[in-house]
Design a protein around this ligand. Structure first.
Ligand code: FAD
Length: 371
């Protein structure tokens, strides 16, 4: 039986960022990933936006880790030549009544330490984005875009450099606590395996509630059960009508169908947000719903050809009837699971926050677990 020091379950951007950090000062760090390659689930089905931190309540983990992650990501991209663009974002009030929502976002951003926000009137918006028709906008200069695959390649290279290991096609199917730590069982490249580890970190994304249940936690009692909230994307053809990220004021469980340029300047529409029961990445929405929504602030959308792009699924703790839920990042020592750390509900801004989550969990490990 193999012995590991730390096993991280899940090689999405969060598991990879964490492994890159933990393997700097610790031996025998393993990441187990059930798919053939790392980053094939939520981490490669998202908007690739580096958020500034205006959408989350003060002192929440989402707020703190987003604001810190934003700074860390730009520094990392500069230092390691990872392609990114700090395009800036406009959140737009199309009607007078929506201006109050912009005020709330401004307040939340300021509470969270986002210092560069600015209101723009109709004319100022027109100067930046001539095709956009709105009453007022909240301008966030520190919002940008990055290619998630490039970020994950960077973390992967760091992990390899630190002599830690990402084992792909390796699925954890059962676990139990032992006197030593944890015994994990599963299949790796078609063969059964058993590994023991002193510390286990659950970074399994959409499957993280199942991993928590696997170690015996009552996920309903603890509020750890996930709800899948899907978001579809479309792509528009022709000359890009905008240069910046353009968002409506948020409504419902998502941020509203928005316009996101990619690094080539091509524009994606979406994602929308609807709850589903299964993990299925096929686009289910109709482009009409998207163009109707976007037409409210970008009338020229009707001239563009709209094509199906892709879909992603948010691992949400917040169910359809619930209000805000924060990330769960918790060492479960008080539940007789010393050395077991859960990361559950790591939806947006998880990509932005990933390097800050890496630091946060590494501090928990160093202060509470490492002996
Ligand atoms: C539509 C959408 C748009 C988004 N846009 C943004 C954005 O613009 N900016 C932003 O900051 N965030 C965004 N996010 C959020 C961001 O994508 C996620 O927070 C982030 O990717 C989560 O990464 P993760 O590593 O936790 O999860 P994942 O990427 O899902 O990784 C978890 C991994 O665990 C593996 N796994 C699961 N079970 C097992 C097992 N039993 N054994 C082994 N491996 C296992 C899975 O195969 C998977 O690879 C968006 C999310 C969605 C859905």
């Amino acid at each position: 039986m193999e012995t590991a020091n730390i096993v991280i379950i899940g090689a999405g951007i969060v598991g990879l960022a964490l492994a890159a950090k933990l393997s700097e000062g610790n031996e025998a760090v393993y990441v187990f990933e059930k798919n053939q390659r790392f980053g094939q689930e939520t981490s490669s089905h998202n908007s690739g936006v580096i958020h500034s931190g205006i959408h989350y309540p003060k002192n929440s983990l989402k707020a703190k880790l987003c604001v810190k992650g934003n700074i860390m990501l730009y520094e990392m991209c500069e230092k390691y030549k990872i392609p990114y663009k700090k395009l800036g974002k406009l959140t737009v009030a199309i009607e007078e009544e929506e201006i109050e929502e912009l005020n709330k976002l401004m307040k939340m951003g300021e509470d969270n330490g986002v210092e560069d926000l600015k209101f723009l009137d109709r004319e100022e918006v027109k100067r930046l984005e001539p095709n956009v028709e709105v009453e007022k906008a909240l301008y966030s200069p520190s919002t940008g875009i990055v290619e998630p695959d490039e970020l994950m390649n960077h973390f992967y290279a760091k992990i390899r450099n630190n002599r830690a290991m990402v084992a792909t096609e390796t699925e954890v199917t059962s676990m139990r606590k032992t006197d030593f730590g944890y015994e994990l069982n599963g299949t790796s490249v078609g063969e059964k395996f058993t590994v023991t580890a002193k510390t286990v970190i659950n970074c399994a994304g959409l499957y993280s509630d199942r991993i928590a249940a696997m170690i015996g936690l009552d996920i309903d009692k603890l509020g750890y059960r996930l709800h899948y909230c899907k978001g579809d994307y479309f792509r528009i053809g022709g000359k890009p009508p905008v240069k910046m990220l353009i968002y409506p004021v948020p409504k419902g469980p998502g941020l509203g169908i928005h316009l996101t340029p990619d690094l080539s300047g091509a524009i994606r529409l979406g994602p929308n947000a609807y709850y589903v029961n299964n993990i299925d990445y096929n686009v289910e929405s109709n482009e009409k719903e998207f163009s109707e929504d976007i037409k409210r602030f970008l009338p020229s959308i009707v001239k563009h050809n709209i094509q199906i792009d892709s879909a992603g699924i948010r691992p949400k703790l917040q169910g359809p009837e619930d209000s805000f839920r924060d990330f769960v990042i918790k060492h479960e020592a008080d539940k007789d699971l010393f050395g077991f750390i859960n990361l559950i509900g790591i939806e947006s801004p998880g990509l932005t926050a990933a390097p800050a989550i890496g630091d946060f969990v590494s501090e928990i490990y160093e202060n509470e677990i490492k002996r």
